[in-house]
Structure formats: C-alpha cells, structure tokens
Design a binder for this molecule. Structure first.
Ligand SMILES: [Zn+2]
Length: 357
C-alpha cells in the first residue's frame, strides 16, 4: 500500500524506515527485548515511522495515526509524547514536531520514545477538535467497530499504551480560554511519579479528577504515568507554551537517564483541585489577571461592561490561587467561564470536565 503524503513528513529524518502496518497484534514480548507495534518489529538502534491505519475516506486517502518510534541500543523505559488528540490544538502538535525536527530523540541513550505529533489527523486538517463531531478523548478504551473517534482511541489503547511507561499528552485550552503551560496529574492513588513530574520544571502542577473515558483514565487503568500538558489556546500557536513543552520533554528524558544532561532538582508545589470563576451578568469582559498570576481571595480577575449608564461588574476569585487559564472572548453571558483558578487551599474540585467548561 502506498503511504499517503503527510503534513509533517518533510521534517523528520529522510533515512528513517517508513512502514504501513496491519494492526491487531500489539505486544511487547519479553519486555524491552522485542517491541512490536501492529505487525512491525522495532529493533535496537532503530527509528521507524509506523503508520496505523484508521479508515479509508471517500477520496480514497487513508486516515492514519503516524507513530514515530525511536529505540536506543541500551534497554530502558518507554516514554510517549503525543499531541493533536483535539485537532485544533496546534501548540502541542508543534511541540512534538519541534522535538522531532531538533532530533532530540535521535540522541536517545537508552530505552524508547514513541512520538505521535497528530493523533487526530482529520481534525487537524479541518481545524476542528473532534472527528465527525466525536471527541476522541471521551471514547477510550475505544472500539474497532465504533465511530472513527472510537477506532482511533482503540488503536492508542491496544497498539501504543501497552508499550508505554511514562509520557505527556499535549493539549491547549479550548477556543476562548488561554492556558498557562501546566501539567495535570491524577489525584487518586497510586500517586504518579511526583519526582518525575516535578523535575519537568513545570511551574504549575495540578491534581485533577480523571474524566471518564479519557486517555489519561485509560492510561491510569493500565498503570501508566501519563501527564496532561495544557498550554495556550486552540487554533493559536503559543510560543511560550511551545518552549516550555520542549523543556518538559527533555527534562523527563534526562530524569530517566535516557538523554545526556544535568538532572534538575525542583520543588514545584502540586496544587490540589481547581475551580472556575464565572460571569454573573452579560456584557463585554475586560480581563485584569493573566494566566500564570497568583491571586488572593476575592481578587478581581476582570470586569464586565454591562452598559453605558451602569458601573462595571467586578468578577473575583473565591479562594486564593494560581491562574491556570483566562477567557479571551469579549462577549460574555451570565454563567460563562472567565478564569480557571488552581487553588492553593485543599478545595474540593467542583467541576471535572474543564475542557468543556
Ligand atoms: Zn485538548
């Protein structure tokens, strides 16, 4: 079968081995000895592009999930860096592409790296979050006979996750919410590898409830430490989040002695839970706080112009905390989310599904 042309193909090593695979037999035989994705074996010292077929489209092109696998000569852990589960979240896609372009994984000392720059190829091409209206991140563990979103979820569950020890799944805020670069980890036992997550150097680490049928939830069930990166806003490229994301990748690899480099020793606090500040009226939202700010209790995050003869309405925090994300859209209705705050206190998390606000 011919391999279709893809957006990021030109940036990876031309000498790599491109293979189009049959799926359905993911297995790691004698862990760290033989690695197979689909029916493709990745030997020591190899870098392969494995193309997992999802379905044929009406124009005859195949939808694929393209998986770059790097395996060092020496055995070690397997890290996953994936992005574009939501097709319009460009910053994460660019982070993984940039890591490939900079050949960070070509310098692997031990273990393996699985890099997937675009999980949702259809959504990426159409600049949409979903696939035919379905969110892949709510379809796990997936179903090979289900919707396209469910087929993609199933491929990740069966062909990729079984190989993985640790990883980062890169996301952005949805349209209208700009997120400060941050990592989200599970808030239930067994606790994730805190040393590893802290040593990414992320300035905000927040424990979040797991969303049912999400990738992170499926990874947790399989006993894998997948941290969720949030940075920037859908449809936009955030340069700061891009730089931070690249640092997190490299620091995680250094921490596990998979890359040469000095280990960090960072003491980022892990924040427990978050809440949304919502608009109390309809009007034009004028932000005052920025993503990344530290705010006190009842501190104003922004104001709402509600009419020429009316005084502006102040929208304020409930509890002190760190601004994870801020609304970027001006027109605001009552109940709309305007700021996402990670609380410094041990607050009970009020809303789980914050990507959908
Ligand atoms: Zn997302």
């Amino acid at each position: 079968m011919d391999s279709p042309t893809h957006f990021y193909k030109n940036i990876v090593s031309p000498e790599r081995n491109v293979v189009f695979v049959k799926v359905g037999n993911a297995q790691t035989i004698k862990r760290f000895k033989i690695m197979k994705i689909g029916d493709i074996t990745i030997e020591k010292g190899e870098h392969k592009l494995v193309q997992l077929p999802v379905a044929k489209l009406i124009n005859g092109e195949y939808v694929l999930v393209e998986v770059e696998v790097f395996r060092a000569e020496e055995d070690g852990p397997t890290m996953l860096f994936c992005a574009g589960m939501h097709g319009d979240e460009i910053t994460g896609v660019k982070i993984v592409m940039e890591a490939l372009e900079q050949k960070i994984f070509d310098k692997l000392k031990r273990g393996k790296v699985i890099a997937i720059p675009i999980i949702n190829e259809i959504g990426f091409n159409q600049s949409t979050r979903t696939v035919s209206g379905k969110d892949i991140n709510r379809c796990f563990p997936g179903n090979p006979k289900g919707s396209l979103a469910s087929v993609i979820a199933h491929l990740l569950t069966t062909e990729v996750l079984p190989h993985v020890d640790y990883g980062i799944d890169f996301h952005s805020g949805s349209v209208g919410i700009h997120n400060y670069p941050q990592l989200r980890i599970n808030n239930i036992a067994p606790s994730p590898n805190l040393r590893l997550v802290k040593n990414t150097g992320a300035s905000i680490i927040v424990k979040k409830n797991m969303i049912p049928k999400s990738f992170r939830n499926e990874a947790y069930k399989q006993g894998k430490d997948i941290f969720v990166f949030e940075g920037g806003e859908a449809k936009r490229l955030d340069k700061f989040a891009l730089e931070e994301g690249l640092k997190y990748i490299q620091r995680m690899l250094i921490e596990k002695e998979m890359l040469e480099g000095k280990k960090s020793s960072l003491t980022t606090p892990v924040l427990k839970g978050s809440y949304w500040v919502r608009s109390t009226d309809a009007g034009i939202f004028i932000p005052k706080a920025k993503p990344g700010d530290d705010l006190g209790r009842k501190e104003v995050v922004g104001t709402l112009d509600v009419g020429l003869s009316e005084p502006p309405v102040k929208l304020a925090t409930k509890e002190p905390g760190h601004v994870l994300g801020m609304r970027t859209l001006a027109l605001t209705n009552k109940g709309d989310a305007v700021a996402h705050i990670a609380s410094f206190l041990n607050v009970k998390e009020v809303e789980e599904d914050d990507e959908n606000k």
